[in-house]
Design a protein around this ligand. Structure first.
Ligand code: C5P
Length: 232
């Protein structure tokens, strides 16, 4: 599977998102639509960006009882997204139900990726609030293995974890990695960041890049720099 750069379209409304995408007259970047834009505009924003020729990663991080997730995934599948995700904390049973819902009558389906532990969750909070005593990286790898066992295609993780995930789950198990910054760029609120070139070395399959592209003076140049450094 080819490596790609996914642009996080974290905008609050359709006008801002489309104005940003209008910069791209040659390339059609893979676009991530998250909760903010999706809840503001609904499924039409997915159809509209898809109709412009972009692949879509719909980042809604589903987590519910298996039957509800299965039905919701069937809806996302009909929406013709290319990639979607859920929380591995929903258990193997929920992940299997999600895959079932996502699979179209002709056997095709979007890629399904699991969120292991959100990078905003600290080991200390997991222990104190969630009563999860194991080290964070052990929990992340265990959740990744659960996702693989359930038949999912990969996980969202830090690029720094990509090599370990591939070692545990196989090289074809996808790692989709945010937390990407240029060496000469702003880190903002991210904590553990990696450059596109380093993410490539560690073995990420997809990098997810938001502000370094969306807030760049020249978004197309920033996107091309990511592609050049990551895909080569
Ligand atoms: O602007 P920036 O490059 O930091 O955007 C990263 C994107 O990846 C955002 O949409 C953010 O919500 C998402 N993300 C993340 N860290 C995670 C999971 C998702 O930054 N662990």
């Amino acid at each position: 599977m080819g490596k790609d750069v996914i642009v996080a379209c974290d905008f609050g409304c359709k006008e801002d998102a489309l104005r940003f995408l209008d910069h791209f007259t040659e390339e059609k970047p893979y676009v991530k639509i998250g909760k903010e834009l999706y809840y503001a505009e609904g499924p039409d924003i997915v159809r509209e960006i898809k109709a412009r020729g972009h692949k879509i990663f719909l980042d809604l991080k589903l987590h519910d009882i298996p039957n509800t997730v299965k039905s919701a995934m069937a809806v996302l599948s009909r929406l013709d997204v290319d990639m979607c995700n859920l929380h591995a904390a929903g258990t193997v049973l929920m992940m299997e139900a999600a895959l079932e819902g996502l699979t179209r009558p002709d056997g095709t389906r979007p890629l399904l990726i699991a969120v292991t532990q959100l990078t905003s969750t600290s080991e200390e909070r997991m222990r104190r609030e969630l009563l999860i005593d194991r080290p964070l990286d052990e929990v992340v790898m265990h959740y990744a293995e659960n996702a693989r066992r359930a038949g999912l295609d990969g996980v969202v993780c830090s690029p720094l974890e990509a090599a370990e995930v591939h070692a545990a789950c196989g090289k074809n198990f996808l790692t989709v990695t945010p937390g990407i910054r240029f060496a000469d760029g702003q880190i903002e609120d991210q904590v553990r960041v990696t450059t596109p070139a380093r993410a490539k070395e560690i073995g990420s399959d997809y990098i997810v890049v938001g502000r370094p592209i969306t807030r760049a003076a020249d978004p197309v140049a920033a996107y091309r720099r990511c592609v050049n450094d990551f895909v080569g």
